[in-house]
Design a protein around this ligand. Structure first.
Ligand code: ACO
Length: 320
């Protein structure tokens, strides 16, 4: 358990919106198929903004919400699977864009669970190093790695960023993070592969590939396990949680989880219809949106639940 409190929330999505019907010009699909299978109506896609650009806009909103300046930040952690570059990290670029002069900065790659892994890591670093404040970001420009000739994946994903400013306090936050090997390669995007000594690397097919049905089955088990494990660690029951903010991958996954826990749909915060699946950004965007729309507020107990490539899954309970 680490001691931290969220003091500012921010999110940002690129301006260009693509509706389901827009995909009919590039693949054989329909608004009806996409909406009924996933719950998605539209998504925001980047034109020329890279991950660090949208991440820093979300971070700036969170800093303004918290009332802190660049000099108040000791650490920047960015969860992403679509960094601007192999090196430097996206977090290092964000540091520069925000005008932060001295802070630790690095990226975390845990796909759609990345924001929770990043929150866990950031709060542990604050505690261990006696530091005060961190910006934790989930940001993706997934459109860079989506194959727009593959109808089974291209309609699902969107771009965006969410961020929080966290501060070391006496509040006890509960984290549960887990990974297992994806032996069957059911969800992946490759990078460079080695060509041999003195020959360097070769660009592999970097497009995101997914066996949707296998991931769907894994996701339901992972969400149930993540909820259960966080509740056990915290010594709470599901009724002690005011709102669950899950990774936004598919409304049907959440419907199955509701049936398992005998919960109403409205116990979950869902915005997938607006943004699609934004991987590491999705929970962070939803958290910030729920805060700014006043769906959650001071004193509420919120659970975040992530799942994705790795395979990874994670949960977090925090009191606002
Ligand atoms: N439009 C129309 N038809 C389509 C489309 C489309 N966009 N995409 C696929 N189809 C077709 C298929 O070709 C198939 O046709 P066939 O029966 O003639 O072969 C049919 O629809 C059914 O396809 P399924 O893959 O069985 O559809 P399913 O109901 O499983 O829905 C989906 C697919 C939405 C991807 C679902 O499996 C899912 O949500 N999986 C989980 C995704 C997820 O949680 N990802 C995790 C995180 S992502 C990350 O970590 C980066």
């Amino acid at each position: 358990m680490n001691d931290m409190k969220i003091i500012g929330f921010g999110h940002y999505v690129p301006k260009t919106i693509k509706y389901n019907d827009d995909f009919k010009t590039i693949v054989e699909t329909s608004d009806e198929w996409i909406k009924s299978r996933t719950g998605i109506s539209k998504r925001h896609l980047t034109d020329d903004e890279n991950t660090s650009d949208i991440a820093s806009k979300a971070a700036l909103m969170a800093m303004e919400d918290a009332g802190v300046s660049a000099d108040d930040i000791d650490l920047v952690v960015c969860a992403t699977i679509t960094p601007d570059s192999f090196t430097p990290s996206t977090a290092s670029k964000i540091l520069k864009l925000l005008g932060i002069k001295r802070a630790m900065a690095f990226d975390i790659s845990a796909a759609c669970s990345g924001f929770i892994y990043a929150m866990n890591t950031a709060s542990a670093i604050l505690t261990a190093n006696n530091l005060r404040r961190a910006i934790v970001i989930g940001a993706e420009t997934l459109s860079k790695i989506v194959d727009y000739t593959d109808r089974s994946t291209c309609v699902l994903f969107g771009d965006g960023a969410g961020a929080v400013v966290i501060e070391a306090t006496e509040n006890k936050s509960v984290f549960y993070c887990m990974s297992k090997t994806d032996e069957e390669n059911i969800l992946y995007a490759n990078a460079l592969k080695p060509q041999g000594v003195f020959k360097g690397g070769l660009i592999d097919d970097y497009h995101l590939k997914m066996n949707g049905q296998k991931v769907f089955k894994f996701a339901i088990e992972a969400v149930n396990d993540a909820i259960n494990s966080a509740l056990n660690t915290a010594g709470l029951t599901i009724n002690d949680i005011d709102l669950i903010i899950p990774h936004q991958a598919n409304e049907r996954i959440i419907a199955a989880v509701c049936r398992h826990w005998n919960l109403d749909f409205n116990r979950f915060y869902l915005n997938i219809s607006e943004y699609g699946n934004t991987s590491a950004a999705s929970i962070a965007i939803a958290l910030s949106e729920a805060h700014h729309k006043k769906v959650i507020g001071k004193g509420n107990r919120v659970m975040l639940v992530g799942f994705g490539a790795g395979l990874t899954w994670a949960s977090m309970i925090i009191e606002l």
